[in-house]
Design a protein around this ligand. Structure first.
Ligand SMILES: Cc1cc2nc3c(=O)[nH]c(=O)nc-3n(C[C@H](O)[C@H](O)[C@H](O)COP(=O)(O)OP(=O)(O)OC[C@H]3O[C@@H](n4cnc5c(N)ncnc54)[C@H](O)[C@@H]3O)c2cc1C
Length: 416
């Protein structure tokens, strides 16, 4: 068994690898190094409860100091690892301060960074991104003095910020370059519902809209100019146009990568057997055994893949087979997704969209793939359970909304 395990990236996946190593009985050194000034904390509330003022900074932390002490996990904060290499007797990582960290095995949990806006005016004050706690604090500090919020990008984070801003009484505009909201994750049925829902709550949404440039005065953003000539007043511009994986260190180690994303197998193993990787920075085989590889940006994936990675580090290989799930809170709408809908050829809609409570089930060749559930936890749970058991919910019977989905699960392995 290896003596020293170094985890680079003190986020959701990094924290989970450390905790799982101890749960699985590893007695050697565990060190997590993170570039942020904080112990590992939860990111999802940054665009939800924390921004809304319903959750404080302390409550974001995964664990308190006592946990790290008791489990003998060293957490180094404020240290960006800039260089990493393997020598004949293990590896060494070097941080910005010059500190070095020797290791036998390495876990890369470096996450992702927001894609930056590339138009004139993108560097004006008030153009903001949201990935880290410091970003959220910066946003919150400005919040009260802001009347006009423009969100660029109709993805989950942008829409969550838009919903919080709208509820706080601000003028909110979302600009989406493509025809649909959340287009990478949900079908047009769910996208269209959310367009109407946000509009009904007072948010202006521009679809198929291209940003020409940002306008500023005295170095501060004042408006977003669209290519069609529209000018939208802005006190802040929240840019949520996707992320890119942080693959710099993997690149240094010449690990297999695809478009800057670290490629791993079902054991979270990279092309170097002494290096695992997990979380947003990773491209992996489809967890339910379908064709192709996927990169998932979710708490579920970071946690489940980290557990797999910890086992691999200890030589107890267990393939990743967890059902993907995800949630997003937008105003009074809770969207929950289980499974991955890509490649679907049939949908079944249940419930009542006009009552803000419905679900969309996705199928391919008659087999259940996924669900988007809005304010419908029972449909979400039923699909998650069916997928976990590798079972089905036949589309023809699912179409009757009066029948609870959980009673329609057929086949599969022992249900959990
Ligand atoms: C605002 C927001 C809202 C979200 N909401 C949801 C949600 O509702 N539901 C959901 O499922 N998911 C949500 N997510 C996504 C979820 O938080 C991520 O999928 C998850 O955090 C990924 O974990 P990770 O460990 O891969 O990356 P991260 O949690 O980002 O951790 C990576 C860490 O590594 C650090 N790092 C990178 N490179 C280095 C280096 N060289 N040296 C030292 N440190 C380094 C980074 O600074 C960061 O702290 C949200 C994300 C954000 C930003």
């Amino acid at each position: 068994m290896s003596e020293k395990i170094l985890i680079v990236g003190a986020g959701q996946a990094g924290m989970q690898i450390a905790a799982s190593l101890r749960d699985d009985g590893f007695a050697g050194d565990v060190t997590i190094v993170g570039e942020e000034a904080y112990d590992p904390y939860q990111r999802p509330p940054l665009s939800k409860a924390f921004l809304a003022g319903d959750m404080d900074e302390e409550s974001l932390e995964f664990r308190n100091d006592h946990f790290y002490r008791e489990n003998n996990i060293t957490v180094v904060t404020g240290e960006q690892i800039q260089h990493v290499e393997f020598g004949p007797a293990g590896g060494v990582a070097t941080g910005t301060s010059g500190a070095t960290f020797a290791f036998d095995k390495l876990a890369l949990t470096t996450g992702a960074a927001p894609r930056t806006l590339k138009v004139d005016g993108a560097d004006l004050d008030g153009v903001l991104y949201l990935r880290h706690l410091d970003d959220a604090k910066n946003l919150k500090q400005r919040w009260d003095s802001v009347a006009n919020v423009v969100v660029l990008g109709g993805g989950f984070i942008g829409l969550e910020v838009a919903a919080v801003a709208q509820k706080a009484g601000k003028n909110v505009t979302v600009v989406q370059s493509g025809p649909r909201l959340m287009a990478r994750a949900v079908s047009s049925i769910t996208s269209d519902f959310f367009v109407q829902a946000h509009r009904a709550r007072g948010t202006t949404i521009h679809l198929n809209a291209q940003v020409s440039h940002l306008v500023g005065e005295n170095g501060k953003v004042t408006a977003v100019a669209l290519a069609d000539g529209t000018s939208i007043p802005a006190d802040i511009v929240m840019v949520g146009i996707g992320v890119t994986a942080r693959g710099e260190l993997a690149d240094q180690l010449a690990l297999d990568m695809e478009d800057g994303v670290i490629v791993v197998n079902e054991f979270a193993e990279t092309s170097n057997p002494n290096v695992v990787a997990a979380g947003d920075a990773v491209l992996m085989p489809h967890p339910l055994g379908h064709e192709g590889r996927v990169r998932l940006e979710s708490v579920q994936n970071a946690v489940d893949q980290a557990k797999v990675a910890a086992k691999t580090l200890l030589g107890q290989r267990e393939a990743y087979s967890a059902v993907p799930w995800f949630w997003s809170d937008q105003a009074d709408l809770k969207l929950q997704i289980a499974g991955l809908s890509s490649g679907y050829d049939q949908t079944v809609i249940r419930g009542d969209q006009s009552a803000d409570k419905f679900s969309v089930l996705y199928y391919r060749d008659g087999a259940l793939l996924a669900v988007d559930a809005v304010n419908d936890v029972s449909d979400y749970m039923a699909v998650r359970r069916a997928l976990t058991a590798r079972a089905n919910i036949p589309a023809e019977s699912a179409a009757d909304s009066s029948v609870p989905l959980k009673t329609l699960i057929t086949g599969g392995e022992a249900q959990q």
